[in-house]
Design a protein. Structure first.
Length: 120
């Protein structure tokens, strides 16, 4: 009975009645001090979505927050990285829809890398 109902619904409305999920992207981030990685992570995010990743350790932990906005020109990724109560960075990246972007902040003492690529 249930299969018949589902088949009848698909036949009546077609598969176009189901909303497609917005394109997904993988965000990766890392923070290193003097060449030693202090935090690193990856998260999936959709267009017009947001994500928050938190971790804890003996030094108070970290948080990574990101929002991916759609614009007329493409996409804008806004992020913030925290170590305990200290804001490490708050970079934004602009990119084309379906594209990718990478930002490297800092040098040898503290280096922050944020990258976004389409999910497979």
């Amino acid at each position: 009975m249930r299969r018949t109902l589902i088949a009848a619904t698909v036949a009546l409305f077609g598969l176009s009645g189901f909303a497609e999920a917005p394109p997904g992207y993988v965000i990766s981030y890392s923070v290193s001090d003097h060449g030693v990685t202090q935090m690193r992570g990856e998260a999936l995010i959709a267009e017009d979505g947001d994500v928050s990743v938190q971790g804890s350790d003996r030094d108070g932990g970290h948080a990574f927050n990101a929002t991916l906005y759609t614009t007329d020109e493409g996409l804008v990724l806004t992020t913030s990285l925290w170590r305990g109560n200290d804001k490490l960075a708050e970079p934004s990246l602009a990119m084309a829809k379906g594209g990718q972007a990478k930002m490297v902040i800092g040098g040898d003492q503290r280096r922050i890398v944020i990258e976004i690529v389409p999910a497979d």
